[in-house]
Design a protein around this ligand. Sequence first.
Ligand SMILES: Cc1cc2nc3c(=O)[nH]c(=O)nc-3n(C[C@H](O)[C@H](O)[C@H](O)COP(=O)(O)OP(=O)(O)OC[C@H]3O[C@@H](n4cnc5c(N)ncnc54)[C@H](O)[C@@H]3O)c2cc1C
Ligand code: SF4
Length: 477
Amino acid sequence: MANKIPRLNAREQDPAVRATNFEEVSYGFTAEEAQAEASRCLNCRNKPCVAQCPVSIQIPEFISEVLQGNFATAASIIARDSLLPSVCGRVCPQESQCEGACVLGIKGEPVNIGKLERYVGDWALEAAALGISATEADHPSKPAPNGHRVAIVGSGPAGLTCASDLAQMGYEVTIFEALHRPGGVLVYGIPEFRLPKERIVAREIAKIEALGVHIETDIIIGRTLTIDQLLDPPAQGGEGFDAVFVGSGAGLPYFMGIPGENLNGVVSANEFLTRANLMRAFDECYDTPIFVGAHTVVVGGGNVAMDAVRTAARLGSKASIVYRRSEAELPARVEEVHHAREEGIDFQLLTNPVEILGDERGWVRAVRCVRMELCEADSSGRRSPVEIAGSEFEIECESVIMALGTSPNPLIASTTDGLDTNRRGCLIADEAGSTTRAGVFAGGDAVTGAATVILAMGAGRRAARAIDQYVRTKSAR
Ligand SMILES: Cc1cc2nc3c(=O)[nH]c(=O)nc-3n(C[C@H](O)[C@H](O)[C@H](O)COP(=O)(O)OP(=O)(O)OC[C@H]3O[C@@H](n4cnc5c(N)ncnc54)[C@H](O)[C@@H]3O)c2cc1C
Ligand code: SF4
């Protein structure tokens, strides 16, 4: 279990410099660095890292190929289980998945699996762009059409994975996307400084389009077309798809319900990040309006809150996180919290907003907060925050961003007969993705509520298998 070589972390932009730009924070590994880090892997026989990967990437197998410098083979191994390695290498919470299980982490530091995956993913994208590689990973084979058509709603990780898998089985696949660019949260939510849009996301999507997947943007299912219209036969004026996969995510933001939330200067993190990322408000070539005052308060402690607060800081605002629990409970990835701290973000922990205060023109002027403490753990082991009496204070600010979580938009369920939701508004679907309506499958955040990229990809993959089985059974009748 011993390994004397210290973990290699990728080089990063200087915090003081990167806090003023939107370029990627981490430079990733060079080939030499990737091989050096790969040499730390013990190639464990029982592969605890694989067991903790939600899509079971054969981690030691691909790392062995990196060690040998066989990057194309490493890319092919990852491609068997993951469609978007350059994305996952950047955004997966490795510390609680593969790296959290790595045996080297017991007495030291785990193998840097995330940065190795990112290196291999980027290598394959670069090689494909230069036309110098023709591995299965870069150009998965495009089989003969099987004569069946599937519609996918939403082009996030769930929809893209489902589409790619079905296309590789011979289906004619069309993705319908409400926004003007495909990618879901990968383009509208996660900022450029964590996940470059042109260099990474657009190229990953181009790989899927190269399989013949057709993407129609600016189409809102439930408005422009309904699920019924997608499934109805052409003779009845429908589109005649054999099945539909709903991967419409969870884009509806929660608010706190405290006084002052309707003041000018209060926005949801989703709106703020969409303006910044999808509509490139940070780029002076675009005239998308975005407002940050001299001081921005972001309420929440997850990845979305970290992305919003770091974006506000890059737009020139002093930026604070207000979170009602302590550092240990922050749900954001450890790396994101670390980066935010390095960039000078102010953390007001064990603090809860109770009111947003406005000026005479109806704009935010401050947030009234109370300090919290964590009480004894209950039977579930969870320590709830309770207010400290008399601890009220105000944080002066001009903008407040609410990053409290999201739920699925009710549009699709409310316009589709027989498509049931649970009390949180999530579509009800089984493990394979079958919903309560025959021929309609679902997965990703639309089913689980806000979760992770890799879980959405896993759901898209399982649903592709279930759709294939459904269509075969139906056509055999
Ligand atoms: C700011 C932010 C940061 C995050 N950071 C991380 C991270 O670091 N690591 C991580 O693993 N996860 C992260 N997540 C979560 C992760 O991005 C999501 O869990 C994942 O994207 C869910 O994928 P999905 O395909 O289910 O949905 P989405 O990615 O939400 O995609 C759904 C797509 O469906 C489209 N759509 C919705 N309704 C319709 C309709 N009616 N008709 C047509 N199209 C429709 C939407 O426009 C969208 O493009 C983050 C999320 C956010 C918001
Ligand atoms: S647990 Fe760690 S050391 Fe063992 S195979 Fe996985 S990455 Fe390598």
